[in-house]
Design a protein around this ligand. Sequence first.
Ligand SMILES: Nc1ncnc2c1ncn2[C@@H]1O[C@H](COP(=O)(O)OP(=O)(O)OP(=O)(O)O)[C@@H](O)[C@H]1O
Ligand SMILES: [Mg+2]
Length: 290
Amino acid sequence: MPTPSFAGVLPTPSTFERSDSSTKTRGNGDAIVELRNVTKSFGQQEVLRGVTFIAKRNETTVIVGGSGAGKTTLLRLIVGLDRPTSGEILIEGEDITKMRESQLNRIRKKFGMVYQYAALLDSITVAENIAFPLVEHTKLSRHAIRDRVFEKLTQLGLDPAVVANKFPAELSGGMRKRVGLARALMLDPPIVIYDEPTSGLDPTTSRLVDDLIEHTRQRFGVTSIVISHDIASCFRIAHQAILLVDGRIETSGAPETWLEGPSNVAKEFIRNSGVDVRAVERIVVARETP
Ligand SMILES: Nc1ncnc2c1ncn2[C@@H]1O[C@H](COP(=O)(O)OP(=O)(O)OP(=O)(O)O)[C@@H](O)[C@H]1O
Ligand SMILES: [Mg+2]
């Protein structure tokens, strides 16, 4: 069964007004998202049971885990759509768990969301879809918006002359991903969240999407948090891979460390995926040590 899409969870495509240039700092190793002993219960069910990790600025953190492990729940807490039962969640150093709704709205704008099935609006063109965050959140002229849309399309390897006036249904799956990413990046969020970016795509397109995630991280200086079932993708793009099992972190670290690490559950997870991870070519650029 496919993972429920994150579509419709956020009220609008997430946006961010960059407040200072430090958000573009590359690989300086600082924490941009930090969870401290986070728990989340729904009624009697404890879905997250003490989750602690740091996502470092300009790195890619991939969260993998089986169905029902708590991945989507974790995402919703990180972007401030839901509150944990206990624990702290720091976004760029600010604990969001006790924030008022108005403060949370400011935090939500730090995240660009790339939804599982792109979640584009079918009845409007590609250009109109991408322009949406700018129309909603800025007072830019139509002309300026059009320039920005064309620039973003070009940066993501799409020819505006070809795709701008097409409708989403006229694009391939890979192109739709790019358009969804363009929309998520429109207001320069420091953090981009990808929900199952490669699910439902063929292996070749999956690889292209992985390239796109890594390229975007480098080109725009963003921090990527990726929710995925795809172990090959994880080995290609993750600086840090976190395996969530039954609401707990089973193991974390660079994905290749799972192979030699103490967790048999992690080794079994890799084995069950059927992917020969030693043959997977890593495309991620190692983080520069400070
Ligand atoms: N709003 C909610 N109310 C009650 N239970 C919930 C709620 N949201 C999630 N759960 C439960 O929490 C558990 C984890 O769900 P979650 O959606 O986080 O899993 P997941 O790892 O994203 O799974 P999948 O890979 O299938 O998407 C499930 O047992 C689910 O039923
Ligand atoms: Mg999910």
